[in-house]
Design a protein around this ligand. Structure first.
Ligand code: TRP
Length: 361
């Protein structure tokens, strides 16, 4: 992560946290005033970091009755991945992970790949004219992604994907975007685009809302190496689709430290603290209390406890996963239904856009 992040005209990270708290309270009180837009790139199956960090929150928000769009960002994969062969499989696996975690698709919960919504993608052309090259080149998240992917050449899809992301959010007039810190610059750009569009084309009657960030409350989950964020490509993840034995074997190999007495000390003992945090996410107990219960049981007892509670937590999800994997026709129908509903929304928005831009014939 780049050191100083420019959170834009909207102020500091602390201010974003404050706004997010207020938003959270209002969402619970007035769920129908909001529409949540969230999404993932189909680069692989989801792991427990996604489960605790975002999936559980999406399930919670949709159960509050907030209309929710879950987008599968298949075009976005092409910005920094050469491999496209697996997009179809990964898309279907994502849907399986969502449903198994408790997302219930229907009128108010819409799952769709953005490549299937031409009217959403068509917003990219007018939106690109509302931002400057300099603005896109200084996006800290994009810069970080370019350097960490070690790309030799950077395609323009990479610099412009935050604008495409603005299309994803604005085509459905999404006004709540659950995000991690790294996505804040993108959301800030979306707000800028909405504001500039409205000022230029529809000053009296704004077409687009300025969406707000809902920041994740779950602390960032480290991989089993205890040093970096959990991610499949770093080989430090436990996939939701792993078996119970695979899960236990991965946890057995997780890094801990030489100190036998287990304590919760995220600064000095990040590996142990991460395992305690994972237990705590499953059992809802305080991590320090879990630590004192394990005491001098050491790393072995800590890992056994994690394997047990994590496998228990994921057992219903994994059973549902198996059932869904055996029903590809249903998965396809969920996507078809989602695409149909997303397009209905997109067609309406594009129609309004045409009108205010004086592009009717
Ligand atoms: N950039 C997001 C990710 O890498 C995926 C994404 C695409 C997204 N479009 C979005 C997220 C719009 C939120 C809103 O996971």
């Amino acid at each position: 992560m780049a050191k100083e992040i420019d959170y834009g005209a909207n102020g500091s990270y602390e201010a974003a946290v404050e706004r997010s708290k207020k938003l959270e309270a209002d969402i619970s009180a007035n769920p129908k005033r909001y529409r949540v837009l969230t999404g993932d790139r189909p680069t692989g199956r989801l792991h427990i970091g996604h489960y605790f960090g975002s999936l559980q929150n999406r399930v919670r928000l949709s159960k509050l009755g907030i209309p929710t769009m879950i987008l599968i960002a298949d075009y976005q994969v092409l910005t920094d991945h050469d491999a496209f062969q697996e997009i179809e499989q990964n898309t279907k696996q994502l849907v399986i992970d969502y449903l198994a975690a408790g997302i219930v698709p229907g009128e108010d919960v819409i799952i769709y790949p953005h490549s299937y919504v031409p009217e959403c993608n068509q917003l990219l052309l007018p939106f690109l004219t509302l931002v400057s090259n300099a603005e896109l080149s200084r996006n800290p998240t994009v810069k970080e992604e370019i350097s960490s992917a070690g790309l030799k050449t950077v395609n323009e899809g990479m610099y412009t994907y935050p604008v495409h992301q603005a299309c994803d959010i604005l085509f459905c007039k999404g006004n709540v975007v659950p995000v991690g810190k790294d996505q804040l610059p993108h959301l800030e750009l979306t707000r800028t685009i909405a504001r500039r569009f409205n000022e230029k084309y529809s000053p009296k009657n704004p077409v687009f809302p300025e969406p707000q960030a809902l920041l994740s409350k779950t602390p960032s989950i480290l991989g089993l190496d205890g040093s970096q964020k959990m991610s499949k490509s770093r080989g430090n993840a436990i996939m939701l689709s792993a078996s119970e034995d695979e899960t236990a074997a991965l946890i057995k190999k997780a890094k801990t430290d030489a100190e036998r007495n287990i304590t919760y000390d995220p600064v000095n003992r990040p590996e142990v603290a991460n395992l305690l945090m994972l237990i705590s996410l499953c059992t809802k107990e305080d991590p320090s209390e879990i630590a004192s219960r394990i005491g001098t049981g050491g790393g072995g007892a800590l890992k056994n406890m994690l394997s047990e509670v994590l496998n228990e937590e994921l057992r219903p999800l994994r059973a549902e996963r198996k059932r869904l994997e055996a029903d590809p026709a249903y998965i396809k129908s969920v996507l078809e239904d989602g695409i149909r509903r997303a397009r209905e929304i997109a067609i309406k928005t594009l129609d309004e856009v045409r009108t205010v831009m004086n592009m009717r014939i």
